[in-house]
Design a protein around this ligand. Structure first.
Ligand code: HEM
Length: 270
């Protein structure tokens, strides 16, 4: 079977560090947010106490901010030095929403309601772009408020006191939103859609099979074929090691994430 490149090595590495740091932030942050719950004490004890959980949280925050900074720098490099800014902002390879995304979404919802055929998507689907931008703007909100909580003395030189109360609220609420979204909808897309179950390893291996590209990304396949660029994307099949890594890291994150989501729901409805 033939395979084609979908993600570059840099994108795969950044995603692994993003998911591990996000999981670490979620698992160490939730005991702080729900500190009155009995399970919070158990989880905090695994870190060595609430204070140690706070230190672990800050370490993971450094990793996440570095990943985000690395991604933004790389985009800047592509836009300025490789003069690639048009492709970054417009067309099928861009993460910026395009008119076609609205059409795709409309057709997808028609299919959900049994009113039309199942649509196929180009390189990025509308929900993949939604996930991307959710993390992008979320970084400013959760990262900005987190830095305020981390360095209150520094920020108090130029910010009023009430900002720190707002930052605490915003940080906790945005964390719940992010955890709720990633550990349910994002996991559903990667693990629980019938054609992906139990795991889509493409983000770890970077390779998509010809079968998937042809059927699930038909417009991209046809475009590459017509432009004679398909061969340039051809790649060796994913190695067993890359697949095993995906299963272990992806599966581990899935289990820990779902447990965290269940504990949150339990705490809120209890
Ligand atoms: C990336 C930048 C981030 C920074 C700089 C940051 C920083 C912080 C700091 C300094 C605290 C206070 C910790 C303490 O009291 O010891 C905190 C609390 C918390 N963080 Fe983060 N954090 C970040 C991202 C995240 C993410 C991505 C999540 C969730 C997925 C998260 C969830 C939480 C929660 C739930 C709390 C407890 C809030 C409360 O007690 O009301 N944080 N964070």
């Amino acid at each position: 079977m033939r395979y084609y490149r979908r993600f570059t090595a840099l994108q795969r590495v950044l995603h692994v560090f993003m998911m591990l740091s996000f999981l670490g932030l979620a698992v160490s942050g939730m005991p702080l947010l729900f500190s009155e719950q009995p399970w919070a004490r158990v989880v905090a004890r695994l870190f060595g106490g609430f204070e140690a959980a706070g230190i672990f949280h800050r370490l993971c925050a450094v990793v996440m901010i570095a990943v985000f900074g690395g991604h933004v720098l790389h985009m800047g490099y592509r836009a300025v030095f490789r003069k690639d800014w048009k492709r970054l902002l417009w067309g099928p390879d861009s993460m910026v929403p395009q008119p076609q995304d609205a059409v795709d979404m409309w057709n997808h919802f028609r299919w959900f309601l049994g009113r039309g055929p199942r649509p196929t998507f180009d390189r990025w689907t509308y929900w993949e772009k939604f996930d991307y931008w959710a993390v992008f703007w979320g970084m400013f909100i959760i990262g900005g408020s987190g830095l305020l909580l981390w360095f209150p003395v520094f920020f108090a030189h130029f910010l009023p006191g009430w900002m720190f109360n707002v930052a605490t609220l915003v940080h906790g609420e945005e964390a719940l939103l992010a955890v709720g979204f990633i550990f349910t909808i994002h996991f559903f897309n990667g693990h629980f859609r019938p054609e992906k179950f139990p795991m889509d390893t493409v983000i770890f291996t970077g390779r998509i099979s010809e079968e998937e590209l042809r059927h699930e990304r038909a417009p991209q396949y046809q475009r590459l074929e017509q432009e004679g660029r398909l061969a340039a994307y051809e790649a060796p099949p994913p190695t067993l090691e890359a697949k095993a890594f995906g299963w272990v890291v992806g599966g581990g994150t899935l289990v820990l994430g779902l447990v965290t989501a269940i504990l949150i729901v339990y705490s809120v409805i209890r």
